[in-house]
Design a protein around this ligand. Structure first.
Ligand code: PMP
Length: 460
């Protein structure tokens, strides 16, 4: 057996990785040529790679390490729980203390009467639960034909077949097909799709697409509308201010469930515990994952309101995952929530760091290639453009320029992601002002280097 450790030369680790590890959302054949960067440890907002480089992680992993890396308390919570009760399920009239404690705490934190939690191992699984739960809810109420879920183009709700179908990523839909009875309306991306409309009018128009869809499909056919309060993986699309109030009016008017996907927005990301609070909505179901455990252990779930929980609880819901409410993940999540709360991390993010980050981040619009900067709490994006006034897209294939800048960030030891020609950030909530300055400086440098390349390619 090969002894594999951090001490192996990077090239050997990369070769073994390329030979045996299939990466998500990647072109695998690229790894044999280039090699993946090997991350060996992390602390606070920093990662280190196998070459010893120190990297500023402006994405908090995959939008999840809200509390920052390297908190011993979470490791100790996992250790204690593994020793005491490493696993037990909650299927057949059994339960355990960590799942009881976490559910009680989530009911306390979640707004309104969202008092019941159905667990999953991830955000994708939780959204699969939501599809089945929304349909089961209406079937229990004698309306089995009320089974269409309305979602949005360019939304991301996960990678399982159900969650992927809910999402509106066409590149995913074309690989292997989708589940039936999901309908997509347009996203509120004013920069790319707003044309000559004012942002406010555009926000209303996009929200009213929901009403049109309900009327066209029939209120008696539509089970639910799902949306992230702020679209994350679609490119941190911050909707115009008019958008959510109009959506809220529509959701209140028609008899459908509102599902808020809080997988990214939850647990402080937007400056409040939940994005629903930031945009002023009271959903029937919220999807949670990521920041729930700050990514230290896999866990997701659906927080469900009293009425839906009561109806669904009226008969056997034939659904559940082996790792739902995993005791170790629950113990880690509880400890994470304790720290987020007791150390005032969410409050500090909202009142101190988010305003500072906003000011600095919006300063990036002074760069010749940055058209707009949008940021809510601790998630933001900039739009790259060859011409700010007309909000033009680059003549290259969408994403080429974003990819170039992302590669420059990576080389400059800054993790920033690109979605098409938008560059996005979602740093750990514990980031310091000094690290915000470093983030902006490295982003600016990467933009400069990217622009030089773009100019050399004749795209600017
Ligand atoms: N919903 C949203 C809004 C997400 O951003 C993600 C992941 N990026 C998911 C669902 C899926 O979560 P997971 O990767 O844990 O399955």
């Amino acid at each position: 057996m090969v002894e594999i450790s951090n001490h192996m030369p990077t090239a050997e680790l990369q070769a073994l990785d390329a030979a045996h590890h299939m990466h998500p959302f990647s072109t695998q054949s690229g790894f044999s040529k280039k090699g993946a960067r090997v991350i060996t440890r992390a602390k606070g907002t920093r990662l280190w790679d196998s070459e010893g480089a120190e990297i500023l992680d402006a994405m908090a992993g995959l939008w999840c390490v809200n509390i920052g890396y390297g908190r011993d308390e979470l490791a100790e919570a996992a250790y204690r729980q593994m020793k005491e009760l490493p696993y037990y399920n909650t299927f057949f009239q059994t339960t355990h203390v960590p799942v009881i404690a976490l559910s009680q705490r989530l009911a306390e934190l979640a707004p309104g009467d969202l008092n019941h939690v159905f667990y999953a191992g991830s955000g994708s699984e939780a959204n699969d639960t939501n599809i089945r739960m929304a349909r089961f809810y209406w079937a229990q109420k004698g309306k089995p034909e009320k089974n269409i879920i309305i979602s949005r183009k360019n939304a991301y709700h996960g990678s399982t077949l159900g969650a992927m179908s809910l999402g509106g990523m066409s590149g995913m839909h074309t690989q292997g097909g989708v589940v039936q009875n999901v309908h997509h309306i347009d996203q509120p991306n004013w920069w790319s799709e707003g044309g000559d409309m004012s942002p406010e009018d555009f926000g209303i128009e996009r929200a009213q697409q929901l009403e049109k869809a309900i009327l066209e499909l029939g209120e008696d056919r539509v089970a639910a509308f799902i949306a992230e309060p702020i679209q994350g993986a679609g490119g941190v699309i911050v909707p115009p201010d008019s958008y959510w109030p109009e959506l809220k009016r529509i959701c209140d008017q028609y008899d459908i469930l509102l599902i808020a996907d809080e997988v990214i927005c939850g647990f402080g990301r937007t400056g409040n515990w939940f994005g629903s609070e930031t945009v002023g909505i009271q959903p029937h179901i919220m999807t949670i994952a990521k920041g729930l455990s700050s990514g230290y252990a896999p866990i997701g779930g659906s927080i469900v309101c009293d009425e839906v929980a009561e109806v669904v609880g009226g008969d056997e819901f034939n659904h559940g995952y082996t790792y739902a409410g995993h005791p170790v993940s629950c113990a880690v999540a509880l400890e994470n929530l304790r720290i987020l709360d007791e150390e005032g991390i969410v409050t500090r993010a909202r009142e101190e760091i988010a305003p500072y980050l906003k000011e600095k981040f919006e300063g990036l619009t002074e760069h010749p290639m940055v058209g707009e900067a949008k940021i809510v709490g601790m998630m933001g994006s900039i739009a790259l453009t060859p011409h700010k006034e007309s909000r033009a897209a680059f003549a290259s294939e969408t994403g080429t320029v974003g990819y170039m800048v992302r590669e420059r960030c990576f080389a400059n030891n800054l993790i920033m992601r690109h979605v098409g020609d938008r560059m996005i950030i979602s740093p750990p909530l514990v980031i310091s002002k000094e690290d915000v300055d470093l983030l902006i400086a490295r982003a600016w440098q990467s933009l400069d280097e990217g622009m030089a390349q773009v100019k050399a390619d004749g795209l600017f």
